[in-house]
Design a protein around this ligand. Structure first.
Ligand code: PEP
Length: 241
């Protein structure tokens, strides 16, 4: 199971101290088969890499520019640059970026270049509350998958993170039976082998007991709760207990 921490725009050098607990946990038997990946802000990637030098915790970024090569794009970083500093993963298509106008076409370009740069991609999809109420969830997910993964044959380095927009940071999660159906639906979109499917949206140590019942989920993308090491560790522990 994969446990991916999305720190969003939080964290400074002092935050590194909070990772000691996670490092210790990652070396214990309690981690079981859990694989931890941290996606801090760009400013902390290098510090996290140093901090995790002697343990198996991997590092990702939260976004990248769509261009494969260097260019005049003030304030941006491309996938190759991320790989070059030691990141192995990148989150692409997060709803907080889609909301600001990131299109499916742009997401598709980013994914293609991230794969070229040999990064593993955490590709986020999910419906808004309005779309859910209009019973458009499947239609929206199909479109996001079709356009986001257009002309990408080899999907072995892609993880799909199903993150209903209405569940992010709200404390709400889908009903178990609805989530099971949606994950099955996402898997059914792939003829041969489906990419690994993660769930994200308000995962915490209390609701993980319900979420883990859906045994076709390959892991969790955790935002808010991942900034608290104890909570993040509890999520992993409770997944296996
Ligand atoms: C996220 O932003 O990817 C996320 C899942 O956030 P939260 O866990 O805070 O809902």
């Amino acid at each position: 199971m994969y446990f991916i921490a999305n720190w969003k725009m939080y964290g400074d050098i002092k935050s590194l101290n909070t990772l000691n607990r996670v490092i210790k946990f990652s070396k214990s038997k309690e981690i079981n088969k859990g694989r931890l990946i941290y996606c801090p802000p760009y400013t902390l990637i290098n510090s996290f890499l140093k901090k995790f030098k002697n343990c198996l915790i991997d590092i990702g970024a939260q976004n990248c520019h769509e261009n494969e090569t260097y260019g005049p794009h003030t304030g941006f970083i491309n996938a190759r640059m991320l790989k070059n500093i030691g990141a192995n993963y990148v989150i692409i298509g997060h709803s907080e970026n889609r909301e600001k106008g990131e299109s499916n076409r742009l997401i598709n370009l980013k994914i293609k270049n991230a794969i070229k740069a040999k990064l593993k991609v955490i590709f986020c999809i999910g419906e808004t509350l309005k779309e859910k109420r209009q019973k458009k969830t499947r239609q929206i997910l199909s479109k996001q998958i079709k356009l986001g993964l257009d002309k990408i044959k080899n999907k072995s380095n892609i993880f799909i993170a199903y993150e209903p927009v209405w569940a992010i940071g709200t404390g709400m999660i889908p009903k178990t039976e609805d989530l099971l159906k949606t994950i099955k639906f996402i898997k059914s979109k792939f003829k041969s082998k489906s990419p690994k499917i993660l769930y994200g949206g308000s995962v915490n140590p209390n609701n993980i007991k319900n979420l883990k019942k859906i045994n076709i989920i390959d892991g969790f993308l955790v935002g808010g709760a991942s900034q608290n090491s104890k909570k993040f560790i509890d999520i992993v522990k409770k997944t296996y207990s």
